[in-house]
Design a protein around this ligand. Structure first.
Ligand code: 9MG
Length: 274
């Protein structure tokens, strides 16, 4: 996959959330109501020093209940940061967006990958990605962030998530996006109860068996908070533990906030695994 080597141990994708209401750092990259580029560069350097393999930059909050972002705000948040990071660092940069406009702009500013929590369902997204030539992660979500946690229901969560992702693969191939550019993500926390998340997590090997690289994002999410009964700022160990279980289940990319903890834990796994 273009400039992103997906072999052996999973890659660690560090989250760089550019929203003022980010659920994990609450807008720490802001000075007043503007993104502070120096702070962002400093944060990015820290994530790289900690061992991140790629960065995921996003300008839309997708946490449960988050407000919709207007396109101009998303572009204003992401594009200057993407340009600044691209000119400064060699690390592959993923852009987390559902907006075809941002997808297209991101390509010309050096993005290496796209990550869409709506699996390219917005009008124009399939075409934008087809033209980009970039790898893209297709994630499952049950509804929009504003309402996705309002009593999510499935007959069979594993079958429905995999069925949805298969349909999106077909849509991608029809639009001219080859399988070799696709990654799959079950979308932990996106319209799923704790029980549904756990069922889905146990089925990761089944998703891996679909034959495409699987991305897992569980970092600091409520499923961890509910299991260990701790607030978001005390979920580092729980997140690292679940990341390692995802690695054992065959995940190719782990999307995380706590890079150092994840990288150390992966080294332990690698040393012990046969
Ligand atoms: C943007 N975003 C938030 N959570 C995510 C997850 O679990 N996977 C992917 N691909 N993106 C996510």
């Amino acid at each position: 996959m273009e400039s992103i080597a997906l072999q052996g141990q999973p890659l660690v994708m560090a989250i760089l959330n550019l929203t003022p209401d980010s659920f994990s750092d609450g807008g720490a990259l802001y000075r007043g109501n503007k993104i502070d580029l120096n702070t962002v560069l400093h944060r990015a350097q820290g994530l790289i020093d900690d061992g991140a393999d790629l960065l995921d930059i996003g300008g839309e909050s997708t946490r449960p209940g988050a407000e919709k972002v207007v396109l101009s705000a998303e572009l204003d948040r992401v594009l200057p940061v993407l340009e600044a990071l691209r000119s400064r660092f060699d690390i592959p940069l993923s852009v987390d967006t559902s907006s075809p406009e941002l997808m297209s702009e991101a390509v010309s500013r050096g993005a290496s990958m796209l990550n869409d929590v709506r699996a390219l369902s917005r009008a124009g997204a399939l075409e934008a990605v087809a033209a980009s030539g970039l790898p893209v992660c297709l994630m499952h979500s049950l509804g929009e962030p504003q309402v996705m946690q309002d009593d999510p229901r499935y007959g069979d969560v594993v079958a429905e998530v995999i069925g949805f992702l298969r349909q999106r693969i077909v849509a991608c191939e029809k639009a001219g996006i080859s399988r070799s550019r696709l990654l799959l993500d079950p979308g932990f926390g996106f319209g799923k109860t704790l029980e549904q998340n756990i069922t889905l997590f146990r089925a990761l090997p089944t998703l891996v068996a679909e034959g495409l690289p699987v991305m897992v994002g569980v970092s600091r999410k409520s499923m961890i908070g509910e299991i260990i009964n701790k607030p978001v700022d005390q979920r580092v160990f729980g997140s690292a533990a679940l990341a390692i279980l995802a690695a054992q289940a065959g995940a190719a990319i782990l999307r995380v906030h706590d890079v150092a903890a994840t990288v150390d834990s992966l080294k332990i796994l690698e040393a012990i695994q046969q």
